[in-house]
Every structure is written in structure tokens, then in C-alpha cells.
Design a protein around this ligand. Structure first.
Ligand SMILES: C[S@@+](CC[C@H](N)C(=O)[O-])C[C@H]1O[C@@H](n2cnc3c(N)ncnc32)[C@H](O)[C@@H]1O
Length: 339
């Protein structure tokens, strides 16, 4: 017997087609609370796992929110805000959700009130919400914004204290996130890049020689998901591969480079995507202040790093010592070096 009704599968497929076609921005598509419930049980959970990966990276990098006010921009069912509150339960005094859809705002705000009666929880239309001094979350919005709308959103975000922006890792999304969000804010001089970047120079992946690459990472899907009939059925009937969960993201903070720099980040390389495996060695595309390099990492040079990168379970932030195109020594951020 199927876990989902025929109508539910029809709605989920329609949502997915709309998201993939990149035309979801044309009109409000939340027709009912039932749509939001369905989204929350499926697509939003996957997005939540991406947020878990991003938030845990921020904590591993020693970053914490520089604001007590949280804004979930284009909140949908509100997963980004709720995950952030779970991650930093004590950090915020208020949370505001906004979305062009009042149904989405109402849904998100009532879930938040159920969970966090101790906080000031508010909802407002995007034009009414003040981002000044807030940590603003943006999640899976980019494909729904025209160039003009994106500029409008950036003007609003420019008043914030920090922004965490998470998206699906298509090449277009990842490149647009860096070229139209990260780089313009950082170039203005009032913002610094916190993650995944290891520097606040312009994104080196935008250079012509790196055109085929894009900044993306992989989140962990909880193992129990693969045992659950509901998820298996969703995967088969909506065509969503539950084995891999790529995402792209950027975290920006108001302040010049170094103003609240995470200790010891200088000289660090952030590995992008996954390492590609060959006989006895890996190719590891990494981004650092000096640029993007496709390093060769031989098993015999750094066996522990080789093992860790093959499994991609840990935050791939390293201090590499290199010779030519080879990594000869690797020290993971916050861990002991390996020679
Ligand atoms: C794919 S959903 C993502 C929802 C949520 N952020 C998440 O990650 O699950 C995109 C959301 O953006 C909203 N949206 C689209 N264009 C918008 C705009 N110009 N201003 C505000 N919200 C917008 C939609 O109504 C929808 O709720």
C-alpha cells in the first residue's frame, strides 16, 4: 500500500516540476495549508538537513550569531528559522518570518509559536519587515527571483548584521549566489565572507578558467530515512534521489575582513564538492585566499586526510602544505597535523 495518496503525489510532483522549471517566481503557489503540510513533510525536511550541515559548519568554525533578532526571509513552511532556533536555542529574543504568501507566513508563524512561546514571534509582508541588525536567513529562493527582485532583496539585506543563504546546488544557483549576492555585498566594503569561504576576496570560481566548477557541498541524509517506507515511496513516485544531498551556501557578516575573524583561519583551504578518486590518489578541488586549485593528494602522503576526504564526513577545512600540484602534508582545522 502506498504511503501517500494519489492527490498528494500529484501535488508533490507539481511542486517539484515548478521548482525545477525555475518559474515558481511568477505567482504565489501556496494554495492551501495542506500544500504547506505536504511540503513540510518532504522537501522542507531535505532542506532542513542542508541547514543542519551549514549550521554545524558555522559552529565548527567558531561562529555564532551576531544578532538577537532573527528574520526568515521567504520562509515557506519556516524550516530555516526553526532549524536555526534549534541549533542556537538561546541566541535570539525575537523571530520574524516573511514571505510573499500570507498562507506561508501564517503557517510558519503558528509553527514557531507552538515551539517557542518564550520568543517574540512575528510575521509580516516583505515590504514591512525591517532587517536592521538581524541575522537574516534565506533558503531556496534564488530561482524564484528576477534580477530586479534579487537587487531589491539585497537592498533590504544590506541593513542586516549577518546573512545565511542556502540553495540547491545547481551550477547556475551556485554561481549566481556568489556573483550576485556574495561578491557585490563584500565588494561594498561593509561585509565579510564567513563561510564556506576562507577569505573575503572576490570569489575565485568566477574566473574564466574555473567556469566549469561551482561551489557546492554535500549534506548527510539521516540513515533512518532509507528504511522508512514513506521516504522510499516519495523518492520513487516524485523522482527525488535520497542518496545525495548537494547544497550551496554563503554566510556573510557585516564588518570588514578580520573584524570578527575566526581565529587561525588564515592559510585555510575549503574543499569543494567531493574528492575524485583515482588509483592511490585523490583529486581535491579547494578554495583558498590564493585561489582555486585542483590538488593531488596521495594516500601515502596523508593517509588520514585521504580516508576522511573519501568519506566526506567531516568539515573539509584544511591547512595544506604543497609541492607542485601535490599536497604533502595536511592539517584539518581544529585537529592535529598529519605528516
Ligand atoms: C522554494 S520555497 C522555499 C521556502 C523556504 N525558505 C524553504 O527553504 O523551505 C520559496 C519561497 O519563496 C517565496 N517567494 C517567492 N518569491 C518571493 C518574493 N519575491 N518575496 C518573498 N517571498 C517570495 C515563496 O512564496 C516560497 O514560500
Amino acid at each position: 500500500m502506498s504511503h501517500w495518496t494519489k492527490d498528494e503525489i500529484k501535488t508533490l510532483n507539481l511542486m517539484r516540476e515548478r521548482f525545477l522549471a525555475g518559474n515558481a517566481g511568477t505567482a504565489d503557489y501556496w494554495n492551501s495549508d495542506a500544500d504547506l503540510v505536504l511540503y513540510e513533510r518532504t522537501f522542507a525536511q531535505r532542506i532542513g538537513w542542508k541547514w543542519d550541515a551549514v549550521l554545524s559548519e558555522l559552529t565548527l568554525r567558531g561562529w555564532s550569531p551576531p544578532a538577537v533578532k532573527l528574520v526568515d526571509w521567504a520562509c515557506g513552511s519556516g524550516i530555516a528559522g526553526r532549524r536555526t532556533l534549534e541549533h542556537w536555542p538561546e541566541a535570539f529574543a525575537s523571530v520574524t518570518v516573511t514571505d510573499r504568501s500570507y498562507k506561508a507566513r501564517n503557517f510558519a508563524v503558528s509553527r514557531l509559536r507552538e515551539k517557542r512561546g518564550d520568543l517574540v514571534v512575528e510575521a509580516g509582508a516583505p515590504e514591512q519587515v525591517d532587517c536592521e541588525g538581524a541575522l537574516v536567513l534565506v533558503s531556496h529562493l534564488l530561482t524564484e527571483l528576477s534580477e530586479g527582485e534579487l537587487r531589491g532583496v539585497l537592498e533590504r539585506l544590506n541593513a542586516a548584521a549577518a546573512v545565511i543563504w542556502v540553495e540547491s546546488a545547481t551550477r547556475d544557483n551556485a554561481r549566481r549566489l556568489m556573483s550576485a549576492v556574495r561578491d557585490p555585498l563584500v565588494a561594498g566594503g561593509d561585509w565579510r565572507a564567513v563561510a564556506p569561504c576562507t577569505h573575503s576576496g572576490s570569489c575565485p570560481l568566477q574566473q574564466v578558467e574555473h567556469e566549469r566548477h561551482w561551489c557546492h557541498h554535500f549534506a548527510r541524509v539521516p540513515s533512518e530515512v532509507h528504511q522508512e517506507e514513506g521516504w522510499r515511496d516519495f523518492s520513487e513516485r516524485v523522482g527525488v534521489d535520497l542518496r545525495v544531498l548537494p547544497y550551496t551556501f554563503v554566510v556573510l557578516e557585516r564588518g570588514t575582513a578580520g573584524s570578527r575573524a575566526v581565529e587561525g583561519e588564515d592559510g585555510l583551504s575549503r574543499v569543494l564538492g567531493t574528492a575524485r578518486e583515482f588509483k592511490g590518489f585523490l583529486k581535491v578541488l579547494s578554495c583558498a585566499k590564493e585561489g582555486v586549485t585542483d590538488w593531488t593528494l596521495q594516500k601515502r602522503d596523508a593517509p588520514e586526510t585521504f580516508k576522511a576526504l573519501r568519506k566526506w564526513g567531516e568539515l573539509p577545512l584544511y591547512r595544506f602544505e604543497t609541492q607542485g600540484d601535490r599536497v604533502v602534508k595536511a592539517e584539518r582545522s581544529g585537529a592535529k597535523d598529519e605528516s
